[in-house]
Design a protein around this ligand. Structure first.
Ligand code: GUE
Length: 282
């Protein structure tokens, strides 16, 4: 039996056309949602992602602006850029593209982003609000995964969801969101012993480890639902996920592809969060 494929690009288009309508409604109230992306250095992958974000904004009428900074910028100067954006009423959403250069304390920068403009949901205030179930700006990738699970009819209540990866950006917040939907959540990570014995218990397996094609049939219970958050560029130019898609596709019930799975949903939720932040200005 072949798996049903959970295409993110199809759902992303559907949501983006709805968001476009919301943007037009806001325009009638003289609000044009606006996003500023700060990119430090010239990491080629980061540049590609930022371009994709800009294009997506343009398409639905969100104003986007990119601030490109030199990789040798000091932490203080970068902080000042963030503070200026916090104070600028024409900026609704602020996103500092990660990773930042090694000499900059990433956590300190993210703490400075005004929580109501923090469209990545990486500020400790938003993380705290999410963890206690209050309204918050929620990180885009986890939010996109929840939309995918909902759209493709995956029920979560009482189900065992295993999350591999414990990053602040994906692993931790997706676990919180699944828990809020009554799943039983287990976190696994690089130090987990007997990984496959745990992942094999998953009804829903979320893989966010950044290791190309690491997860194989041996890690997965037959008929499980698999969400692949990986996005590794091979030297051939091909993009692959953390799951060995071809090996597992006939073994699972539903799976997200890479590309065209979680990635387009991440960007769609950035648009969603930017509009949410703009509405705060009403
Ligand atoms: N502050 C910050 N926020 C982020 O949200 C953020 C970040 N930093 N740093 C890097 C990661 C990575 N990320 C992706 C977004 C879209 C795709 C995506 O759409 N990928 C395409 C494939 C890519 C291609 O074809 O070129 C797809 O899956 O179809 C992937 C990865 C956001 N990130």
């Amino acid at each position: 039996m072949s798996a049903s494929i959970m295409y993110g690009d199809i759902l992303a288009q559907k949501i983006r056309s709805n968001l476009k309508i919301v943007v037009n409604e806001l325009k009638e109230e003289n609000i044009i949602p606006s996003l500023t992306v700060v990119i430090v250095g010239d990491n080629p992958a980061s540049k590609t992602y930022v371009k994709m974000k800009q294009k997506a904004c343009e398409k639905i009428g969100i104003r986007s602006h990119v601030i490109e900074l030199n990789s040798d910028i000091s932490e203080e100067d970068l902080l000042n850029q963030v503070i200026n954006l916090n104070e600028d009423d024409s900026v609704h959403g602020i996103l500092v593209q990660l990773p930042l250069p090694d000499h900059i304390n990433e956590k300190r920068i993210l703490e400075y982003i005004e929580p109501t403009k923090d469209v990545d949901g990486f500020n400790p205030i938003n993380i705290g609000r999410l963890s206690i179930g209050q309204d918050a700006l929620i990180p885009c990738t986890p939010l996109g995964i929840m939309e995918l699970l909902d759209f493709y009819g995956v029920s979560l209540r009482g189900k065992h969801a295993v999350v591999i990866g414990r990053s602040n950006i994906v692993g931790k917040p997706i676990g919180q969101l699944l828990l809020n939907k009554d799943a039983t959540v287990t976190y696994c990570h690089s130090k987990t012993e007997a990984l496959s014995s745990i992942t094999k218990q998953a009804d829903i397996l979320i893989v966010a480890i950044g290791k190309a094609q690491f997860i194989t049939k041996d890690h997965i219970k037959p008929g499980a639902v698999v969400i692949d958050v990986g996005n590794t560029f091979l030297s051939s130019g091909k993009v692959v996920g953390d799951v060995d898609y071809n090996e597992v596709k006939d073994h699972v019930s539903q799976i997200t592809p890479v590309p065209k799975g979680v990635g387009p949903m991440t960007i769609t939720m950035l648009l969603h969060n930017t509009i949410k932040a703009a509405k705060n200005f009403k």
